[in-house]
Each structure stands twice: as C-alpha cells, then as structure tokens.
Design a protein around this ligand. Sequence first.
Ligand SMILES: CC(C)(COP(=O)(O)OP(=O)(O)OC[C@H]1O[C@@H](n2cnc3c(N)ncnc32)[C@H](O)[C@@H]1OP(=O)(O)O)[C@@H](O)C(=O)NCCC(=O)NCCS
Length: 170
Amino acid sequence: MTAKTPQQSLTVLTDLVLPGETNYLDNLFGGELLARMDRACSIAARRHSRRIVVTASVNHVAFTKSVPVGSVVTVEAKVSRAFKSSMEIYVDVWIEDRQSGEKTKVNEGIYTFVAVDETGKPVPVAQINPETELEQKRYDGALRRKQLSLVLAGKLDPKDATELKALFLG
Ligand SMILES: CC(C)(COP(=O)(O)OP(=O)(O)OC[C@H]1O[C@@H](n2cnc3c(N)ncnc32)[C@H](O)[C@@H]1OP(=O)(O)O)[C@@H](O)C(=O)NCCC(=O)NCCS
C-alpha cells in the first residue's frame, strides 16, 4: 500500500456556536465540541484509509480556552501516524476574531481510529510520510501515545510498553 501524507487526510469543519449548544456561561458545551472533533477525525481517518472507520479511543483533549456563543469555530483534523489498522488523528480547534479574522487556538485533541471491514474486523491501512516539522514531531510521539492508550485500556502490559519505559527510565 502506498504511503500517504497527513495533508491528504486534512479535514476542516467550520461552523457557528448557536445558543442551544452552550453551557450556563454561554460558552460552547464541551460535549458539543467533542462531537465536532470526533466527526472531523472520523472523516480524516476515512480519507486516509478509504475504509469504514470507528473511534477506538480519545487519547487526549485539552480545553484551553472557552468558546463564546456566536463564535466561528474551525476544527482541523489530520492523520499524524498510521500503524497496522489504527490511525492517530490530531485535531486542532480555532476561533476567529469577528473583525480582524485573526485565529486563536482554543483546543486540541488526539483520537485513535481503526479501519474495519463490513464485519467490524480491523484491516490494514497505508503508512504516513510526514512532511512538515510539526507533522514529524507528532509522528515521532505517536507510538508512545499508542502504548500509553493501550496500557490505560488494559490492552498492553506496562512492562511491554517500550516507548514509555524509554521516556521515564531514560
Ligand atoms: C476498535 C476495535 C475495532 C478494536 O478491535 P480489537 O478486536 O480490539 O482489535 P485489535 O486488538 O486487533 O486492535 C485493532 C487496532 O486498534 C488498536 N487499539 C485498540 N484499542 C486501542 C486503544 N484503546 N487505544 C489505542 N489503540 C487501540 C490496536 O492497537 C490495533 O492497532 P494496530 O492494528 O494498528 O496495531 C473494537 O474494539 C471496536 O469495534 N470498538 C468499538 C468502536 C466503536 O463503536 N466506536 C464508537 C464508539 S460510540
């Protein structure tokens, strides 16, 4: 299978924050943002694999800044690394200033999707060739994050998490 670049899976969703999607402080409800992120990641994983994809894990989400009602929110997702059947997808969330158009990053997340066949059985996916410095950095850390996610899910014995051991034990 020919390797692909992260750019080939780039998915950009832009939408408004409406009053029904906010919390008591009139900021975007976290669960609504997670749903938008999940949708963007799902499309990115599908673009990379051209298969049915399912969310296997939400590895990390950071709600750094609140998103006020009326904001224009852009969710940008790209596959950062592919393994055998699983893909790590990085998602960055931005809002833009109404007058200047200047973008501020408010959130980021890391998801794992798995490509499956019609019976739900995992199937192989193409590998990733990072192009930019940021893509390379995200690619390099992906195995470590995969191992951490598997350890937390009880699917990998911590003593077999080689990348984590290297990180903590030097
Ligand atoms: C995700 C799913 C397909 C994995 O199936 P499985 O029988 O555990 O298959 P495997 O153990 O072979 O795992 C498949 C891949 O997923 C990876 N994976 C599984 N769980 C993972 C986790 N928690 N974190 C990171 N990667 C994970 C495995 O490492 C493997 O990766 P690789 O093939 O790239 O090496 C299966 O658990 C599933 O269908 N889950 C439900 C998905 C779903 O419905 N999502 C929507 C939730 S509403």
